[in-house]
Write a protein that binds this ligand. Sequence first.
Ligand code: C2E
Ligand code: CA
Ligand code: CA
Length: 574
Amino acid sequence: MDENRYQIDLLNAINEKLDIECNMYRAVVDTSTSAFLYYSFEEDRFQTLGDWNHYFETAVQSKKDLSLLYQEIDESFLPAIKELFFIDQTEVDSSEQVFKKRDSDLWIRCSVNVSHASDGKPSEKVIRFEDISKQKKQNDEMAYMAYYDYMTNMYNRNHFVQTLMEWVSRAEAESAIVSVAFIDIDDFKKINDGMGILEGDELLQAFGSFLSELCEDDDRIICGHFDSDLFCIAIYNPSGKRSISAIYDEIRERNKRPFRLSKEEVSISVSVGVAEYPEAAKTALELIGFAQIMMYQAKESGKSEIRYFDTPVINQFVRSTNIENRLKLAAANNELVLHYQPQYEAGTGRLRGVEALVRWRYEGDKLMYPGEFIPIAERSNLIIDIGDWVMDKALSMLATWQKEYDEDFTMSINISPIQFKRDDFVRKLLRLLSIYDVNPAGIELELTETVLADDLEAASKKMDALCRHGIQFAIDDFGTGYSSLSYLSGLPVHTIKVDKSFVDSIARSDPGTIIIESIVHMVNKLGYKTVAEGVERQEQYDYLNDIGCGYIQGFLLDRPMSEEQIDVLLKKRV
Ligand code: C2E
Ligand code: CA
Ligand code: CA
């Protein structure tokens, strides 16, 4: 009796435990986002569990239902899936396969587990289905993004460079040519700023898809979108219509019409640089780099142009870049020096003052002249540091000379347009005046006509502000630009410097002689002082003196010299 009671209790306990476990497993399976197909080898019975309806419409209960299930699977994956479903060999315990549901975006990972009885025979099989559509989409997007530019659907830089590398090595084997063109939309930043980023992107998409169409259906042309408004095209073995020049013609033709964007129409032009394998370079990166440099050259010579690889241009560019890099530290490292070229009153020969001319002492003892490094500095904003240094040095020098000798002495300082256009120019200069306690009447700033032509109103305001403090202005290189005296009226200009090219023409029965004569007459009549620069010969001096040119500067009288040499001149003058 007790024994029976014990047996019953035990069975109840076991049943209860089984119930609990069963409920637990069911809960796990039911809340799972996976679906399961269970198969018992012994009973030859199927059962579906988990979130089956998310995956399939067919409710599988027996083997014959499987054929209906197969119809729900994309055909291309069927053979592999069927194979997976029938795994029951003892040696394979688990395996998995990814497939796509037929006519749907559902991607499913399917894994099989087979368990075996003690005699080694397969007893049960569980096939698990997991929805991996989201991961799959992310992976696809990432793979896409690794090779394509999202905005334009064109090759991205990596993909372009990779393909170009393959082409270059193939071209080496096949003695072929590979052309690379670097394309940049002119003034894109202005366009972008003007209409907003979204419209800017739209323009890039529109231009990108136009380029893509040009390159379509030809696996020997690729085009890529690098960043911003930079596009690149490469052609394997170019010829005829499949050449950079033909494509450039098509681009120009297209650009005659505006691009229609959602809010407005925009007209563009492009600058293009070209380099070819093997003539220009032997590697993909060099080709792209040289094409880019040539594109910059096209921009510099006025934009909307195509420039083909040219060794001297590249060499000059490399040299400029080198200079630019070293120039960055020139002001900070005290490598700049000022030389001073005297200006004399014609006739009397009295010293009027000097023009401060900057030089760069680099690599210890070498001297570079401003004609070489100022244009480079102006392109990269380094001119601001250099200009600040020059003003500082020139004003402190002037203060010293004013104190030591007499105050009737002019220091002419060259001001770059970039420097003058800065908002803080006036403030900086006034600050130096008070630091060095210099008499502003001795300061003459040399501006070129371009500064005035660009924004006459802004220039005039600054000039007036400085003029109120007693600072004077000269127009440099007069005659090379607009050569119009009319727009100078109303500006506080005191001196006109007649450009050396006119002085050069003197006494060569050159029509320039007549021009210089009329310039000097007109300038005098309007009440400006005239300084003729670059006077090298006595006959020039005499002629200038005869026609009434007030002051003379040039190698004939003095070359630019050190501050010590100017000291000597000033001592003699006193
Ligand atoms: P610039 O203002 O026209 O200066 C006159 C240039 O002509 C100087 O060259 C001077 O040495 C040279 N020169 C003077 N007399 C003669 C002559 O009789 N014959 C010949 N062949 N040349 C003569 P430099 O010093 O090489 O300066 C070149 C240019 O660099 C200057 O032309 C000026 O535009 C610029 N520059 C010089 N210093 C500065 C500066 O501190 N700041 C800025 N922004 N530009 C500067
Ligand atoms: Ca000058
Ligand atoms: Ca000049």
